[in-house]
Design a protein around this ligand. Structure first.
Ligand SMILES: *Cc1c(COP(=O)(O)O)cnc(C)c1O
Length: 330
């Protein structure tokens, strides 16, 4: 099977399992797990931030991150297909009690953001407290949000005294695809959420990254939400291993994605990272047809096919899948 449904399907490598097995651990709710602390310090440093917090999922990291900027009855602005708006099952409303308004179209559209922005006018309108930007943009097809756009959002937010949240579930892919340093992305955000369990290939784990105060507050809320974990250095060790061995190799996933794009008649230049979205007349039919040839892809709409390359798809497998797709789509 060549599984192109998502980059979340990766299984820990032998070397990652060995790192997990030998991890030094302690009770992390007591702050006594040295491996978790090492991971948190390392990731904070990578983004040029004061602190970070390990969480079980990216969704929890996003909820914790956004709530450091936006409170009950206040709003965050984001793009309409953003993961925080579409794929977290209303968690930000359910836990934080915030509201969202969304712009439609490009991952960053300052003209729309400017029109939507609502200053605090007391007891009349919901006040905008933060702008959230995704990088890379998942439902946008793994597109990189250019650093210039993020910098423009940062300036816009600074001028109005509001915060910036970056959903960086795949920010590692953006970093490798563009060469933009991670701390340059960090400088554009008050708080980020980053995932270890997507392209980096760890079995579990994400982090909230931000100021010491934001992380202290997030630590309280993580426990409140039931996310206080104990000897979790075993999982943090997988993340440290992934940072050592699985970041630069994302370039291979990006090359494999371009190969699949070409096979599907998509301009490879439009494929920025490891996600390929293809318009087809009947997406479920294509999913079923390629499955007959041991290739798994997903339908993300009636006419939209999605393929995601990752650690567990070799060049050979990408070539096999490309041949199958070429045949089926013809
Ligand atoms: C996967 C993902 C997340 C987090 O998802 P979890 O499954 O909760 O870890 C957040 N944002 C984006 C853009 C994602 O793709």
């Amino acid at each position: 099977m060549v599984d192109l449904r998502s980059d979340t399907v990766t299984r820990p490598t032998e070397a990652m399992r060995a790192a997990m097995a030998s991890a030094e651990v302690g009770d992390d709710v007591y702050g006594e797990d040295p491996t978790v602390r090492a991971l948190e310090e390392r990731v904070a440093g990578l983004f040029g931030k004061e602190a970070a917090l390990f969480t079980p999922t990216g969704s929890m990291a996003n909820v914790l991150a956004v709530r450091t900027l936006v409170g009950v009855g206040e709003e965050v602005l984001c793009e309409s297909s953003a993961h925080i708006a579409r794929a977290e099952l209303g968690a930000h409303a359910a836990y934080t009690g915030l509201t969202m308004r969304t712009w439609v179209g490009r991952p960053v559209d300052l003209a729309q953001i400017e029109t939507m922005f609502a200053p605090d006018m007391g007891p009349f309108f919901v006040a905008t407290r933060a702008i959230s930007v995704e990088n890379t943009h998942n439902f946008g097809g793994g597109t990189v949000t250019p650093i210039e756009d993020l910098q423009a959002v940062r300036r816009f937010a600074d001028d109005r005294g509001v915060g910036v949240h970056v959903d960086g579930a795949r920010i590692w892919n953006a970093h490798v695809a563009t060469g933009t340093p991670l701390d340059a992305y960090g400088a554009c955000a008050d708080v980020l959420a980053v995932c270890l369990s997507k392209g980096l290939g760890a079995p579990v784990g994400s982090l909230v990254v931000g100021t010491a105060a934001a992380i202290e507050e997030s630590r309280v809320w993580r426990k409140r939400m039931g996310g206080g974990m104990r000897q979790v250095g075993i999982l943090a060790a997988a993340g440290l291993h992934a940072l050592d061995h699985h970041v630069e190799r994302l370039a291979e996933d990006h090359a494999n994605a371009r190969l699949l794009a070409e096979a599907c008649g998509v301009d490879p230049v439009s494929v920025h990272t490891n996600i390929v979205v293809v318009d087809v007349p009947d997406a479920p039919a294509v999913v079923a047809a390629v499955r007959e040839h041991d290739v798994l892809v997903s339908a993300v709409g009636p006419r939209a096919l999605r393929m995601v390359t990752h650690l567990d798809v070799s060049r050979d497998q990408a070539e096999t899948a490309a041949a199958v797709l070429r045949k089926v789509l013809r």
